[in-house]
Design a protein around this ligand. Structure first.
Ligand code: EPZ
Length: 447
């Protein structure tokens, strides 16, 4: 008996230079913590420019499971009412799908004095530790313990301000502790805080709702406790990683691409790296452009917290470097297992050697990439395979589209607008013959 299942893949035909302008969607990594922050507000929250992606849908379901009311208004506006939440325990079935849902911990602790949230499991990027989150919660006066895979944080007498110094500028810990500190009695100072634009956007949202925050965007953020946050309407920033992905799609195809709806200041590290390769970059009022017709070499990359080179662009940059003449070294300093996608690039003809001892990849180019059936293992690995498929000879079919859909809204449409030959296709995939011959399992036929 064979088992069939419906699988949706992206099919690309490479070899076309991308040209033109495209507008990028709202930021996934700003929208998710701002949705969690809505739990702190005692009036309706309207979030505009939210991307229509599955990670946002999962966060919507999580907020509803906690008692919030969530409505979509049009395709990119969310209305969240958390006036009457009472549930402090987040369901494992939802949190396990989305590491970012751990952001609700700080909001629940700050609003209700208690939070029980499943610890983020490991993921394909490596360990997702939470010690810095716990350090911050304890400094604010919460009791924190692990219990059957959940983090339990309690502050029956409320939270108090604290001076907290992080050993590493963790994006997640900065967001979570900021959320918990909004209602703490007194002032909280976060030192060696993350400076990512998404952290700044979260702080700006909280201020629009009545919080008192200074220093966002620097490595020292101060939060003065207030009694309530009111209703607010807020538009999130453009997605700088999706924008960077589109710029790199232009670069890997040696085209000329402009991305609108993104802040040039969010892209300094990427643009500097591309210019070292001979790509001509230009910027303007909320737009960034690349002309890659003069690409002449690779370059070395070291990922780092903002404003350094973003780890989230590392896979896509590596795919681009595989097509550049010379030898490039890509060193990953944020996650300890973020080169799994390289195996798929090797299958397409890339010449990349991952050195496990130094968490670095040595990329030799230019590789004559050839289209192949490949599979995405996470959001940005999928994006890297899309870029490689755009540059490769022949057809590439990418499975694991559900990962790409977690982080990109209409990626194939944006690429098609730039001249790429890419389409979503669904088909019945006959899986391996069943091992068992004695058990009969009827599976629902695909409607
Ligand atoms: C955010 O993850 C992003 N996710 C990630 O984007 C991004 O790669 C990452 O920041 C770095 O920029 C969202 O914003 C939803 P971290 P986060 O806390 O918050 C270690 C994507 O593709 N660490 O800065 O988890 C941790 O183990 C995703 O959009 C501790 O050791 O990032 C990791 O190695 C992927 N202890 C490193 O820091 C802690 O308490 C980065 O984590 C917390 C983190």
């Amino acid at each position: 008996m064979t088992f069939d299942r419906l699988e949706t893949t992206l099919r690309l035909r490479g070899g076309h230079r991308l040209h033109g302008a495209v507008r990028v969607h709202g930021s996934k990594n700003a929208t998710l913590p701002i949705m969690a922050a809505a739990l702190l507000c005692d009036g309706e929250v309207i979030i505009k420019h939210a991307p229509r992606i599955t990670d946002v849908s999962v966060m919507e379901a999580l907020l509803e499971s906690l008692g919030a009311r969530v409505r979509q208004q049009g395709s990119n506006t969310l209305r969240i009412g958390a006036e009457n939440i009472g549930q402090t325990r987040a369901p494992y079935t939802l949190v396990r799908k989305l590491n970012a849902s751990f952001d609700v911990t700080g909001a629940l602790l700050g609003r209700l004095g208690r939070a029980e949230v499943p610890l983020p499991g490991g993921c394909v990027l490596g360990t997702r530790a939470t010690d810095l989150h716990e350090q911050g919660f304890r400094a604010l006066g919460a009791e924190v313990r692990g219990e059957r895979g959940y983090l339990v944080a309690e502050a029956p007498n409320g939270l108090h301000g604290a001076d907290i110094a992080f050993r590493f500028p963790s994006v997640g810990a900065t967001k979570n502790v900021m959320l918990a500190a909004v209602y703490a009695r007194g002032t909280t100072t976060l030192r060696n805080a993350a400076m990512e634009p998404e952290v700044v956007d979260l702080a700006n949202f909280l201020m629009a709702a009545g919080a008192r925050i200074t220093g966002q965007g620097s490595d020292t953020i101060s939060i003065e406790g207030v009694d309530r946050l009111h209703s607010v309407e807020y538009e999130v920033i453009g997605d700088r990683i999706a924008a960077g992905t589109l710029l790199l799609a232009g670069a890997i195809t040696r085209g000329t691409v402009t991305v609108q709806g993104t802040e040039p200041a969010h892209h300094d590290a990427l643009l500097s790296a591309l210019e070292e390769c001979g790509v001509t970059c230009s910027v303007g009022e909320r737009w960034v452009g690349v002309d890659a017709t003069g690409t002449r070499s690779g370059t070395d990359i070291l990922t780092a917290p903002f404003p350094g080179f973003p780890t989230d662009l590392q896979p896509m940059m590596t795919a681009f470097l595989a097509t550049c003449p010379g030898t490039s070294v890509v060193e990953e300093t944020i996650f300890n297992a973020r080169f799994a996608y390289v195996n798929e690039l090797l299958r397409m003809g890339g010449d990349i050697r991952v050195q496990m001892d130094s968490n670095a990849a040595v990329v030799k180019g230019p590789a004559d990439l050839e289209g192949a059936p490949v599979e995405a293992a996470d959001i940005r690995a999928g994006a890297a395979l899309v870029l490689a498929g755009l540059a490769a000879r022949g057809e590439t079919e990418i499975a694991g589209l559900e990962f790409i859909d977690r982080g990109y809204e209409r990626l194939e449409e944006m690429l098609t607008d730039l001249g790429a030959q890419v389409q979503r296709s669904s088909g019945i995939v006959a899986l391996a013959e069943s091992a068992s011959s004695y058990e009969t399992t009827t599976i629902p036929t695909v409607g």
